[in-house]
Design a protein around this ligand. Sequence first.
Ligand SMILES: Nc1ncnc2c1ncn2[C@@H]1O[C@H](COP(=O)(O)OP(=O)(O)O)[C@@H](O)[C@H]1O
Ligand SMILES: [Mg+2]
Length: 265
Amino acid sequence: MNGALEAVDAAFGYEPGQTVFSGVSTSLRGGDLMGIVGPNGSGKSTLLRVLSGLLKPREGRVTLDGRPIGAYSPLARSRRLAFLPQSVDPAFALNAFEVVCLGRYPHAGAMGGLRRRDLEVAERCLRETGAAGLRDRDFMTLSGGERQRVLIASILAQEPAFLLLDEPTSSLDIHHQIEVFTLLQRLAGEGYSVAVVTHDLNLAARFCTGLLLLSGEEGLAAAGTPADVLTEPLLSQAYAASIRVSVNPITGTPLVTAEAVEHAP
Ligand SMILES: Nc1ncnc2c1ncn2[C@@H]1O[C@H](COP(=O)(O)OP(=O)(O)O)[C@@H](O)[C@H]1O
Ligand SMILES: [Mg+2]
């Protein structure tokens, strides 16, 4: 699973005169677990969509395995790269296995039918994310953590090399957040290239191999290892708040805390 997803000096705005981010250069390869962090509205989801090829950069370029991502057909792109949006609500009542089978569409036969191999891949992906026991459950009745495992199984069923996930842990409790990040870390260890948007700087510090910090100030605030990026000056500027960074005594990774904001009485 080699190759790279690269952005060079990418900028994007939804409307003329609006700049969500600019000057973003990054490279995602096998083994990477890259966290995209930054305050609300700083452009994390937008950047993930630009990296996925769903939005076209206004300036700069995004390449997948050296070719402009816009040159791929949606089908060819989705065999290489899977994007999991922030909220996924299947329009029909589906069980977990059927949700995973949706991930096979880029590989389905000419008539859109799933063959025996497609079903085998879907079964394997359920097992890989520890979701085999949920196979026949109605997706809508699953807990948040169970849903995320099924959804990650469904993007694995695309058999991509690049996994881009938008806040897969935002509605989960701490135990299930760690469960999802541990799964993403394992997948990166197996050679997948993983990019994940997250609000949680401490989880990012603990699990990610690299971070992109967006500031919302029309530019990339910082990129590098968690230790490079999670510094008091960079975070305080990006979040426009007084942010303190110490060392997590249990994990040894950066521990980020915002100082309380005092309101006038
Ligand atoms: N479809 C859209 N049209 C216009 N502006 C948008 C659209 N989607 C997001 N934005 C704006 O782009 C900025 C970045 O949004 P987003 O990428 O969702 O941020 P984040 O994921 O970091 O919270 C915000 O100011 C948001 O209002
Ligand atoms: Mg977002």
